[in-house]
Design a protein around this ligand. Structure first.
Ligand code: HOZ
Length: 428
């Protein structure tokens, strides 16, 4: 076991004086697991190196983007080359055209797209475009899906908002949230009833096609198809928020894996190559509403930034069948190992996984929706998390998040993680 802390503790004390909670995003704070964040000095491949000199096997992967691991040479050299040509122009580049062509090639549901700087921006813009296109105001989201921190979406939100007990954030005007309707994830009957009653008011339904932001919760058969069909029948826009799943659960995202085609898609994380870059796009008729073609305004100084786009193109160029085959095999190995370890130890837990996204819920399962996820024993998860950290395993510091594998992980890494998990289960 390792001493995780003196340097991180000193840095945290300094950070807490000048940054709320000492972190630039609440999910990094470790408060819900009763620990202190590790301050990171550097990352290489599947490993993070703390300022305390400890090496951790990383299952956070910057919360999803690092599908090839840290500091992949193809990406770092693309970044260096791009930076030498200039870091920002605020004018169109050939790179952005290439990037848009690449995304459109990977996602047949996207006929036109725009680049933005974060998943929050992508979802916020997609909903504005959907409202402009339909000339309607109501939007539908699912409980504890998280689509970034725009006002209208901080309603029964997942991720850090759920972890820290503020799913309906303070500071959101009632007027901003009043047109947001929430339903339970996977509740197809409730969605059908809603469309039956109020179909002509609904501009859009936004969904994480696999939820990552309450822990990994897959869609039940027919759920995604029902969303797309109901939207189509009632003149609403279906939006898949594939910020987490895009190029993660398959090169073409969950829509490719499930064989479903939404009207609009939001992408981020993996498609940004570890840089601040995200995408919204969809059917041409909808995207033609975006200014300067149409009346829906959306803009950004750093949108399509050449350094970010270069990193993203380098990452996308590496994503071949071999990478996805390896991720699937490693994911299955980790799922199997953790499941066996929970069974042996008698811990009340279940493992849910889609591809290289995985969650160990401290509840019996299956977890189909927030109502199930919230039954998890979060105190126990916190103890387990702490035990894993002490054994050099860097797992997301919340019960309600997905862990991610990268192509840099090895079978030996995964086996060591399973062994550490079994040790911690036995000690709980
Ligand atoms: N959306 C990510 C976790 N669910 C991480 C972004 C953040 O909130 O920092």
């Amino acid at each position: 076991m390792m001493d995780i802390d003196s340097k991180s503790a000193m840095l945290l004390a300094r950070a807490e004086r000048v940054i709320p909670g000492g972190v630039n995003s609440p999910v990094r704070a470790f408060r819900s697991v009763g620990g202190k964040p590790v301050f990171v000095a550097r990352g290489h491949g599947a490993y993070l190196y703390g300022e305390n000199g400890v090496r951790y096997t990383d299952y956070v992967g910057s919360w999803g983007p690092l599908i090839l691991g840290h500091a992949h040479p193809a990406i770092t050299s693309a970044i260096a080359e791009a930076a030498n040509r200039g870091t920002s122009f605020g004018a169109p580049t050939e790179l952005e055209v290439r990037y848009a062509e690449k995304i459109i090639d990977l996602y047949p549901s996207i006929e036109m797209m725009r680049a933005v700087s974060s998943g929050t921006e992508a979802c916020m813009a997609a909903l504005r475009v959907a409202r402009g296109f339909t000339e309607r105001e109501a939007i539908v989201k699912f409980e504890c899906c998280y689509h970034g921190h725009a006002d209208m979406l901080l309603v029964k939100a997942g991720s850090g908002a759920l972890t820290y007990g503020v799913p309906d954030s303070a500071g959101v005007p009632a007027a901003a949230a009043k047109n947001t309707i929430t339903l339970a994830y996977n509740d197809r009957a409730a969605l059908e009833a809603l469309f039956q009653a109020r179909g002509s008011e609904i501009a859009a339904v936004i969904v994480e096609p696999v939820v990552g932001n309450m822990g990994v919760v897959p869609p039940e058969p027919g759920f995604l198809e029902a969303i797309v069909r109901l939207c189509k029948n009632h003149g609403a826009v279906s939006i898949f928020d594939e910020v987490m799943t895009g190029c993660r659960v398959a090169r073409g995202g969950m829509q490719a894996r499930a064989g479903v085609r939404p009207d609009m898609t939001c992408l981020g994380k993996v498609v940004g190559g570890g840089m601040p870059l995200a995408v919204f796009g969809g059917r041409r008729a909808i995207m033609e509403k975006v200014a300067p073609l149409g009346p829906v305004y959306q803009a950004g100084t750093l949108s399509g930034n050449p350094v970010a786009v270069s990193a993203a193109l380098a990452q996308l160029d590496c994503l071949n069948d071999e990478v996805y085959g390896k991720l699937e095999a490693l994911g299955a190995r980790l799922e199997r190992g953790l499941t066996e370890a929970t069974k042996k130890s008698g811990v009340n837990a279940c493992v849910q996984r889609v591809g290289s996204m995985i969650t160990l819920f401290f509840t019996k399962g299956p977890v189909r929706s927030f109502g199930d996820a919230v039954r998890s024993d979060t105190a126990r998860f916190g103890q387990w998390h702490q035990g894993m950290l002490e054994r050099g395993q860097y797992w997301p510091p919340s019960q309600f998040e997905a862990a991610f594998l990268s192509a840099a992980h090895t079978e030996a890494d995964v086996d060591a993680t399973i062994a550490a998990a079994a040790e911690v289960f036995a000690a709980l």
